[in-house]
Design a protein around this ligand. Structure first.
Ligand code: AMP
Ligand code: MG
Length: 323
């Protein structure tokens, strides 16, 4: 079972685990979050692993203040105003990523936008102390109810994480409200702990509604798709193909590949998850029209890796033409 520390005594221990790339459960004002360094791909992979998430959906990166937020996102005037009014608090803003943003692509699911929030309470202290943003989805097993007490976290994730910070029951108890800001357009992506009307009052305009979740799954799939075609589970590499490898043994013909990148030479799924988006993007920059992909085991994080690869390999909305 995880160690539980009261929040007044937990800052140093929590930051030690986080700096070591581990995931720590901690209170925010909304629900308990399962937090890890958002700039460290393996740390982010640990979140998916502990939650047993079958998919790498984008996570919210939590920041300590506006100064930190500006390192990762571009704030149009409307976003500036909303953050000024509601941060710290239960409002997440989806914004264009800033040039040179250090948020790991596993945390943004490879999108060119980033979801940012400045939380209240212990989580904010930990972020400020660490000096880095924390990716933190709700601290529950995937598909189960969000945890609003340390005991609830222990019951779901206790065997999978080293530390739970106990701050008592969370005051809001609902996840944050997510608003996407694109220039002057505000879209409500998820209703949550801050009422839409309050946001509209401060923004002086209506929120566009009707979209739920991240994006339509089809749209999301095309975000993940490289422009090269993917060939999955290959045993034989054809001449001229690039190769996305996994583990210590190579597919036949690997020596003819124009470029080879290995997700994890040791066959470690956590390392592979952390490398997935970056390696795909790097191979896609090369000249190869086809990226051959070696089999990745389906267990543990492998399920999410295979899900993501299958989406990247899916025919495009353009009828399969190269985009
Ligand atoms: P949670 O699992 O509670 O952290 O929720 C994270 C949610 O934030 C995801 O399910 C998405 O709906 C949303 N989200 C995060 N990043 C983005 C993004 N870049 N664009 C759109 N939605 C996002
Ligand atoms: Mg959740």
């Amino acid at each position: 079972m995880a160690r539980i520390l009261q929040q007044d005594d937990a800052l140093e221990a929590a930051c030690r685990h986080l700096a070591a790339g581990e995931a720590v459960a901690m209170p925010t004002e909304t629900v308990y979050g399962l937090a890890a360094d958002a700039t460290n791909g393996e740390a982010v992979a640990r979140i998916f692993e502990a939650k047993g998430r079958p998919r790498f959906n984008p996570l919210i990166a939590h920041v300590a203040d506006m100064e930190m937020a500006r390192r990762f996102a571009v704030f149009p005037p409307l976003a500036e105003r909303l953050a000024g009014a509601f941060w710290p608090g239960p409002l997440t803003l989806v914004l264009p990523q800033a040039e040179g943003s250090a948020i790991h692509p596993l945390a943004t699911a490879g999108l060119d936008t980033v979801a940012l929030r400045c939380p209240r309470g212990f989580a904010r202290q930990a972020i400020a102390r660490l000096g880095r943003p924390l990716a933190a989805p709700s601290a529950n097993v995937s598909g189960r109810i969000s945890a609003t007490t340390a005991e609830a976290v222990q019951a779901q994730l206790g065997t999978r994480i080293p530390l739970i910070v106990d701050g008592g029951p969370t005051p809001v108890g609902l996840e944050s409200t997510i608003v996407k800001v694109a220039g002057e357009t505000l879209t409500l992506l998820r209703p949550g702990g801050l009422a839409a009307e309050e946001i509209e009052r401060v923004a002086g305009r209506a929120l566009v509604r009707g979209t739920t979740g991240v994006e339509a799954p089809g749209m999301l799939a095309s975000h993940y798709a490289p422009s090269a075609r993917l060939r999955l589970n290959v045993a034989q590499v054809e001449p001229g193909e690039a190769l996305l490898a996994f583990g210590p043994r190579r597919a036949r013909g690997a020596e003819t590949a124009v470029k080879v990148l290995n997700l994890s030479p040791a066959g470690d799924l956590r390392e592979a998850a952390a490398n997935l988006f970056g390696h795909l993007a790097a191979l896609d920059l090369g000249a190869a029209a086809v990226i051959a992909v070696e089999p990745v085991p389906a267990s543990g994080l492998g399920e999410a890796i295979n899900d993501r690869l299958a989406r990247a390999a899916a025919p495009r909305d353009t009828g399969g033409e190269k985009l």
